[in-house]
Design a protein around this ligand. Structure first.
Ligand SMILES: Nc1ncnc2c1ncn2[C@@H]1O[C@H](COP(=O)(O)OP(=O)(O)OP(=O)(O)O)[C@@H](O)[C@H]1O
Ligand SMILES: [Mg+2]
Length: 425
């Protein structure tokens, strides 16, 4: 048997070197956001520390009740590895029972004595594995690493074993938090989808209700038409109202289609001030023609975050148009401000405030403005509304993990606040 431990001049130096290696290892595996990269770093850290040349990492697949090989970006291993190892495999059982690193002497016995009639078992039994390292989380085996070197079986000195055990614990923690994070991410995606389906259901219900009125009026006119076909006043009125109703139905259908066609936000690194400026540019002409003054006060520092540019524009334009509708022809002011805002827990929001001096919202209506089809803009008003603008804005902001708030005083004005996560903090 060969001892591969590097000769160390004194125990203090050896201890310091181990500590350094452990710290570097923990740092390397703490940040990656993909499983293959974490696996690759774990394997290279453990192989280096134990002076092995090749390694494989198997991760517990709870649903399928087995351990699954994690493919790494640049595999170094020459071992023909079984992709899956069952829980009852003798190696898995030994690692779970002993909760300790197994070296070649124990491994040879454990693999020889219990040969099961199973491909994975057979392949493992013939593998010249030198070392098997369990990765444990709360005493449960969540993964394991097998290492191999070209040399004959090796004996690992006890201080290296100590270092490998500490590295394995650190690797298990990193894997565990990565898996938890992945779980959380997937649940969030699922929740967002469920949310979306639920609001589509509400919207579909509202839609049926909304088109019933215009349909009833069209039907009534059509029923009356044969006997009043010579009444030119009736026919004139008939054409006007039916056309209006058909237009309204068309608009509702378009809104529903836009909503249904909606896709997951395509997030890219964006400058919020730049998106706000581009929206203000759009509405400037309309504001000028109505005598509305726009005051722009953008944060001097960069406000960057992961945003879907088109969707955030849709949100802002709807809020800006709502504000202009509320001001009407009263020569009011529209103030748009952006700021950085610390969030509880140390993260940063970027906030857009849209403040108008319009007619405000009554306390009673304030509870309903985000409801699908809630609108106070009927055919008689300047712009007839569908009442979907704020519903969609709310949905988009939520999907960006942001918040939308409103403060309003009837008769004097309204302020909408949109908080979006910023990745500068
Ligand atoms: N800035 C505001 N000032 C006063 N009332 C507002 C303001 N913003 C929204 N509202 C009220 O909230 C209602 C719902 O707004 P929302 O944007 O969802 O629909 P809409 O503007 O009526 O229709 P659409 O957006 O489809 O044109 C409006 O009809 C209005 O009564
Ligand atoms: Mg609107």
């Amino acid at each position: 048997m060969t001892n591969h431990a590097a000769p160390q001049s004194n125990p203090d130096q050896a201890g310091a070197a181990s500590l350094q290696r452990l710290t570097k290892f923990a740092r390397d595996i703490g940040h990656p956001t993909s499983l293959p990269i974490i696996a690759e770093r774990i394997l290279s850290g453990l192989s280096d520390a134990s002076r092995h040349s090749q390694g494989l990492l198997y991760l517990l697949d709870r649903e399928r009740e087995c351990f699954r090989l994690v493919n790494v970006p640049t595999p170094t291993s020459l071992i023909t590895a079984p992709p899956v190892v069952p829980l009852k495999h003798p190696l898995v059982q030994q690692l779970a029972d002993r909760q300790d690193i197994l070296d070649s002497s124990v491994l040879a016995d454990s693999l020889r004595t219990t040969l099961l009639d199973n491909t994975a078992d057979a392949q493992f039994a013939t593998l010249p594995i030198n070392l098997a390292i369990p990765l444990l989380n709360r005493c449960q085996l969540i993964a394991f690493v097998v290492l191999q070197s070209q040399k004959e079986s090796t004996v690992i000195p006890s201080d290296t074993l100590g270092l490998l055990t500490a590295m394995a614990q650190s690797a298990a923690n990193a894997l565990d938090s990565f898996l938890l994070y992945e779980d959380l991410r997937q649940s969030q995606v699922l929740m967002r989808r469920t949310d979306r389906l639920r609001s589509l259901e509400t919207i579909a219900g509202g839609f049926a209700h909304e088109i019933r009125n215009p349909l009833t009026s069209i039907k009534t006119f059509i029923q009356l038409a044969p006997e009043r076909k010579d009444d030119s006043q009736f026919i004139g009125e008939f054409s006007r109202i039916v056309l209006e109703d058909v237009n309204r139905i068309e608009r509702l259908i378009q809104e529903i289609l836009d909503y249904a066609r909606y896709m997951e936000p395509q997030l890219t690194d964006e400058d919020l001030n730049e998106i706000v400026s581009s929206c203000l540019y759009f509405i400037q002409v309309k504001a000028d023609s109505r005598g509305i003054k726009i005051e722009k006060d953008l944060a001097p520092e960069l406000l960057r975050g992961m945003l879907d540019r088109q969707q955030i524009k849709q949100v802002l334009l709807n809020l800006l148009l709502n504000a202009m509708d509320a001001i009407g022809d009263k020569n009011g002011t529209l103030r748009v401000r952006t700021t950085r805002l610390p969030k509880v827990g140390g993260e940063m929001w970027m906030q857009v405030q849209i403040e108008d001096t319009g007619h405000g919202i009554s306390a009673e209506n304030l509870d309903h403005i985000f409801d699908p089809f809630f609108t106070t803009k009927y055919a008689s008003t300047l712009n007839e509304g569908t009442g979907l603008g704020l519903t969609i804005a709310h949905q988009i902001v939520r999907e960006h993990r942001g918040e939308i708030q409103v403060q309003s005083t009837e008769g004097s004005g309204t302020t909408f606040l949109i908080n979006l996560p910023s990745h500068q903090g």
